[in-house]
Design a protein. Sequence first.
Length: 451
Amino acid sequence: MFQKILVANRGEIALRVIRACRDLGIEVAVVYSEADADAPYLKLADQAICIGPAVATESYLKPPRIIAAAEVANAEAIHPGYGFLSENSNFAQMCRDNNFEFIGPPAEAMHRLGNKNQAKQLAKEANVPTVPGSDGLITSEQQALAFARAVGYPVLIKAAAGGGGRGMRVARSDTALLAGLTSARAEAEAAFKDGSVYLEKYLDQPRHIEVQLLGDQHGNVIHLFERDCSLQRRHQKLVEESPAPNLPEKVRDAMCAAAVRLARAAGYYSAGTCEFLVDRDDNFYFIEVNARIQVEHPVTELVTGVDLIREQIRVAAGERLRYRQDDIRQRGAAIEVRINAEDPDHDFRPSPGVIRTWRPPGGPGVRLDTHVVAGYQVPPNYDSMVAKLLVHQPTRAEAFAVMRRALREFVVEGIHTTIPIHRRIFDTPEFVDGRVDTTFIERVLLPRAKG
Ligand code: MV4
């Protein structure tokens, strides 16, 4: 096992990894930018190393700074958290070239899965269902028009280097398709320096369900069941839960088995997530792999009892998974809401500033993952998430009751947060009944806000 780890991230996930290191008896160093110099979680590490100014491209996103910090700390491994450099295969390779273990998947698997078109080809080879789409990249207008004629409109243009909805265009006619191809290519070229695109049949109001995976360096891969992440706004998730409500067991089992097949085909290890879209007839289609630990990983931790960060560290050190597939059970229901420093009444605009009052909820069945304390200053430079509020109960109905209670207890003053909109979400009958899809927030919740 490692003697010392460097945490190359900030906020709640930095604290989450610091805690995991403590639990494992591993020394831990954490990096920070000038904007985070006073963050209270830094004191919980054995060492904190400043890596530059507030602007992330000069600190958390700068590989040489991270490598230098790992050298200063005399760490053996680097945990990237999520976001920042976590899915950068060049960074993963750079860590290993400098004799630091990257706590994540092999760079080769990250590289291949990072391209959505290549990931989709791999999925097909592994007999994992994919959305009907163009056979590979689009190289001519004729090819695009022929695909649309074959599957029918609407079709979706996707950037191969994209993800999280960037470089996507819906087209409902030949003219829209040709215009969309040009603009999607331009957007992808600007954002990713790769303008390649492919086409898919556009699915109407799909659910977003993802499967948690864990693999070791000895060829063992297991799944830890699914999370429903359908409740999101502009590709930012608001609520995640497990098990996915109203998902037939046969579909769940087939989806989880498919995710494991894909991970094996990719030579994947560490934690990862296989994302699927699920249509109204419960057909599931692979869309992409997230080759990192995700924000919503605690939902799965509550339902399975597995500490995913601890396992991630153990397998990075070369140990075998301590679970076989048969050891993993879904116990009860868990739900997470993301508390962001945003104003839901003003188009979710960021609301940084000093948190004057911070009265977090507690009690049975409640878990709060946060780096925030009263008096904490939310910097304007980074993602606005300030806490993840989770509940775990024997049934989904009981989990909802505890979540309502916790959201009612939670008092934050000094900044705006998404707590009020979560209170409304948990009182909305469609959601209570588990009738969810990716258009829920904009279709059901936001119109009501205006009236
Ligand atoms: C789709 C789709 C409908 N049909 N693909 C959005 C982000 C990227 N991960 C894939 N996305 C979608 N792909 C087809 N063929 C609808 C979405 C989508 C979506 C997916 C997951 C979660 C939220 C979403 C919100 C809008 C659109």
